[in-house]
Each structure stands twice: as C-alpha cells, then as structure tokens.
Design a protein around this ligand. Structure first.
Ligand code: DGL
Length: 257
C-alpha cells in the first residue's frame, strides 16, 4: 500500500559528499528550508574522491546513496561536484526519487564577466570526467585541476595559512590571463571562499552553485508537494567517525560560512 502525501512530506532529505564540502550546500539548504529534516552522510574514510577513477567514484557514491536510502529519504542531494560528474546519470537512471547534483556555476559567471574570461577550479576527476565547454555564452573558460586542495581542506580545516598557500600556488599560472570570474567547482572550496577572496584581492568575482542548488531543492519539493512544515533537525553521519571529526563537522555547519 502506498504512503500518503503527508507521510512523504515529513521524510528527511539525504545529503552525500566525500567529506566536509557538502556542508556548504547543506548550510544554504537549511537557511532556505528551515522546516526540513536533513541527513548528511560523508564518506570521509574514502575521501578525497577527486583523484580516483570514475568507476571507483561511482561505486563509492552508490554505496553512500544506498546507505542514505536506508533512512527512507524523499530526495537525494549529491553535494559533491566530483561524485555528480562521475555518477549522477547512473543514479538518475537507477533510482526513483529526485536526485540533485552540483555542477560548476559557469552560467551565472558568464552573465557577469566583462573580460570574457572565466576560470573554473575543481578536482582532477571533475575536470577529467566530463567534456566541459571551452567557450560558454561568448566567454572563454579555462579549467584549473587540483589534486590536493580538497584533502588539504578536509584534513587541515583550521590551517588557513596552509590553505592560502595551496590556493595561491594553484591560481598563480593564471595571474596574467585576465579572468574576472572564478568558479569554485568543488564544494570543499566553498568552505574556504574567504581565503580565495584574500588570494584574489578583488581581481575576480567568485561563483559557486550552492545557493542555486538550495533553490532547486525547494522548487522540486514544492512542485511535488512534499515540502515539510514541521521538521528542522539535522543528523550528520561519517563513514569514519571519531569524537574530533564529529565535532569538526558540527562546528563547520554551525559556524556556517
Ligand atoms: N566536495 C567534493 C567536490 O565537490 C570533494 C572532492 C573530493 O573528495 O576530492 O568535488
């Protein structure tokens, strides 16, 4: 027997990422949807995903998604550009619930750029996985792949000096190119947006897909008439849990950007 609409409404929304990055998306979603319940699952034992092969990323993401489905969630948010690039199509073809992914926010950047030059920074796997356009809406787009930044942020979250140096080194080869828009194509990077701002010193505007994703979640829930009006809880679960890690994740969410 099917469940009725009011039972569907009160189900939680499942969030998945390899680690802390997706908390930046969850944060936007909680602001926009304060009466929803959320279950956030980070597969931090296998993080970072960004240097793995597509197949391995899809396998790990599938395991994470199945774990979240065990909580009978009404929607899945793949709060990770890397996992989205590798596995969103597969997941959408195999599961019968709304699945929302994260893609680099090139469209809004293309509407703002004056120099017609946009730089996207993301993990190696995100950039390798898909054929992203080199021209978009009349702008040239370049892609800066990072092998280490996501894990530096995951494992040294409070070491802003180390993160600053890592970002500076990554962006240095593009210093004279003349881009005026930088797209953060990894949810981990969004947690350190402030440090990107310090490195850029106003040379470029920064874009990410988080607010747009939160709006998308709300729009889809409203369209399906499954918005919750009575919730507000968030549960965070880690594949490699410890007191220190649990506290770090909670403090990132509470201190949210
Ligand atoms: N938050 C993931 C993303 O948006 C992190 C990548 C990783 O685990 O390397 O791509």
């Amino acid at each position: 027997m099917g469940i009725n609409q009011s039972e569907k409404k009160v189900k939680a929304i499942g969030f998945f990422d390899s680690g802390t990055g997706g908390l930046s998306v969850l944060c936007e979603a909680r602001k926009l949807l304060p009466h929803e319940d959320f279950i956030y699952y980070a597969d931090n034992i296998n993080a970072p995903y960004g240097n793995l092969e597509d197949k391995k990323i899809t396998k790990l993401t599938l395991e994470g998604v199945k774990y979240l489905l065990g909580f009978d969630v009404k929607m899945l948010v793949i709060a990770c550009n890397t996992a989205t690039a590798a596995s969103a199509n597969y997941l959408r073809g195999n599961f019968d619930l709304p699945i929302i992914g994260l893609e680099p926010a090139v469209l809004p950047a293309s509407r703002q750029t004056k120099t017609k030059k946009i730089l996207v920074i993301a993990t190696q796997a995100t950039i390798n996985c898909k054929k992203y356009p080199l021209q978009f809406n009349g702008a040239e787009v370049r892609y800066c792949a990072s092998k280490h930044l996501a894990s530096v942020i995951e494992n040294n979250f409070n070491d802003d000096n180390m993160i600053f140096c890592c970002i500076k080194k990554l962006l240095c080869p593009y210093d004279n190119w003349g881009y005026d828009c930088l797209v953060l194509g990894c949810t981990h990077y969004v947690l350190k947006r402030r440090i990107f701002e310090q490195v850029l010193c106003g040379r470029a505007q920064i874009f990410d897909g988080n607010y747009g994703t939160a709006q998308n979640i709300k729009r889809i829930l409203a369209k399906k008439d499954i918005l919750n009006t009575s919730g507000g809880k968030t549960v965070i679960l880690l594949s490699n849990s410890s007191k220190n890690k649990d506290n770090l994740y909670k403090s990132i969410l509470n201190g949210c950007i």
